[in-house]
Design a protein around this ligand. Structure first.
Ligand code: GTR
Length: 429
């Protein structure tokens, strides 16, 4: 793997990209409970160890997710003749606290017309608005706050028509439809705008698990969270994951989609989000993380590429307050990301890396998937089925899928082809 990559975005300066400088680290054993007892059966895992690990991630990394509050769904459009007649396009607004004047999340659905309904689906949040995922002019422009872009596709934090189809290559909707899958997406900024003050326009300022209870005034100024947030209150990733679960609530009511065959998918920060959503919410039948890196699939203790300190500094709003204790202090983390992947067991999970995406630590992503395997074995399932990282563009794995693709940090047609093949193997048996 080349480490002489000149892509600044893929490889920001000042981080470790040298395998020989990775510190010695010890990963906690997912199959040893906090009282030292060995987890030797699926029942013990589900009843005892899984809740224990979930709690560790809530307390130290992503923060606690509140119980869902009342929500309502309103279909706002339907076109049975979309994409030249091969799909039905629907738009549905989720009223996230049940009131018309409260926060909303706009879902976009494409459902294949030539497949037996109810169909399986991929569900994922998008970065740039629903109108960015396909050039179809029938998609409503995103209504949420978006970051301004140089190309004019977002101006004064509002989407413009120039953004139509801008992210289409990352979604491959025609391919999904041709293969019999629905796509369901929403813009992550509907749930929380992605900046340090975004919580002010987020569910996090309205739906709070228990304000002030357990509140410890932190020495670290509460950037990225309400001033009275507890150190284990949820961050933006927690809020985005909550949004995915609310989309799933809608899919349970949508007759054209089989809610038992929904794969949750995300790229990069949204790959961290899909893993956290899939870890918590067992309704997601497959979980896919594309180039998710630090705080996603990559092991934190390896300190290769992005570190806990870098991510907490650049994105103070993503994780809970407690996570900041591990800045430059990963060795003290009572968990690592292999345990997040293990929380998805026995459901299939797919981790993908890109060769030039060293910032996300491809090897750390592979090793986390590998170290989740013992939990899959407990369920008599084969995980990756390989002991070494595979060659480029050589997908591996049974219940845990993995590939490292050539190229940059992105979601490509190649990535989607692997996810579709993986979903076929698990959903179309
Ligand atoms: C980077 C961040 C990564 C990754 C990426 C993305 O700036 O450091 O953790 O999430 O953004 O979301 O594209």
């Amino acid at each position: 793997m080349s480490i002489m990559c000149t892509d600044v975005e893929a490889q920001p300066a000042g981080a470790n990209y040298d395998e020989s400088k990775v510190p010695q680290y010890v990963l906690p054993d997912p199959l040893t409970s906090s009282d030292g007892t060995r987890v030797d059966s699926p029942e013990r895992w589900q009843k005892r160890r899984r809740p224990e690990i979930l709690k560790l991630f809530e307390t130290h990394v992503y923060g606690r997710t509140p119980e869902p509050v009342r929500r309502r769904f309103k279909q706002t459009s339907e076109d049975k003749n979309a994409l030249g007649g091969k799909a039905t396009r629907k738009e549905v607004t989720v009223l996230l606290i049940g009131t018309d004047d409260g926060p909303t999340m706009d879902l976009l659905l494409y459902i294949p017309n030539n497949a037996k309904r109810p169909v399986p689906a991929f569900l994922g949040l998008n970065f740039a608005g629903n109108h960015s995922v396909h050039s179809d002019p029938g998609i409503a422009l995103a209504r949420c706050w978006l970051r301004d872009t140089k190309d004019g596709s977002v101006t004064n934090n509002r989407a413009t028509n120039l953004g139509r189809g801008k992210e289409a290559s990352r979604w491959q909707i025609d391919k999904l439809i041709d293969r019999g899958y629905a796509l369901v997406t929403a813009c992550y900024c509907d749930i929380e705008p992605d900046h340090a003050d975004g919580y002010k326009d987020s569910l996090r300022s309205i739906v709070c698990p228990r304000k002030s209870e357990n509140f410890v005034k932190s020495a670290i100024p509460p950037r990225g969270a309400p001033a009275d947030a507890a150190p284990d209150d949820w961050g933006a990733i927690g809020a985005w994951a909550y949004g995915l679960s609310r989309a799933m609530d809608y899919l349970e009511k949508e007759n054209d989609i089989d809610e038992k065959r929904v794969a949750v998918i995300g790229h990069s920060r949204l790959g961290k989000t899909s893993l956290w959503a899939g870890a918590q919410d067992e309704r997601f039948a497959i979980v896919i993380s594309n180039d998710s890196g630090e705080g996603g699939a990559a092991l934190s203790k390896r300190r290769f590429g992005e570190t806990v300190e870098r991510i907490n500094t650049s994105f103070p709003h993503w994780f809970c307050g407690n996570f900041k204790q591990y800045n430059d202090n990963e060795a003290q983390l009572p968990l690592d990301q292999h345990m997040l992947i293990a929380l998805i067991a026995p459901r299939p999970v797919y981790v993908a890396s890109a060769e030039e995406d060293l910032w996300a630590d491809p090897k750390g992503e592979f090793l986390a998937a590998k170290r989740a395997e013992p939990v899959y074995r407990l369920f008599a399932l084969q995980g990756l089925g390989v002991s070494e990282m595979p060659a480029l563009n050589q997908p591996v794995g049974k219940t845990i899928g993995y590939h490292i693709r050539s190229g940059k940090h992105d979601v490509t047609e190649y990535d989607w082809e692997q996810y579709l093949d993986f979903a076929d193997r698990h959903f179309k048996r």
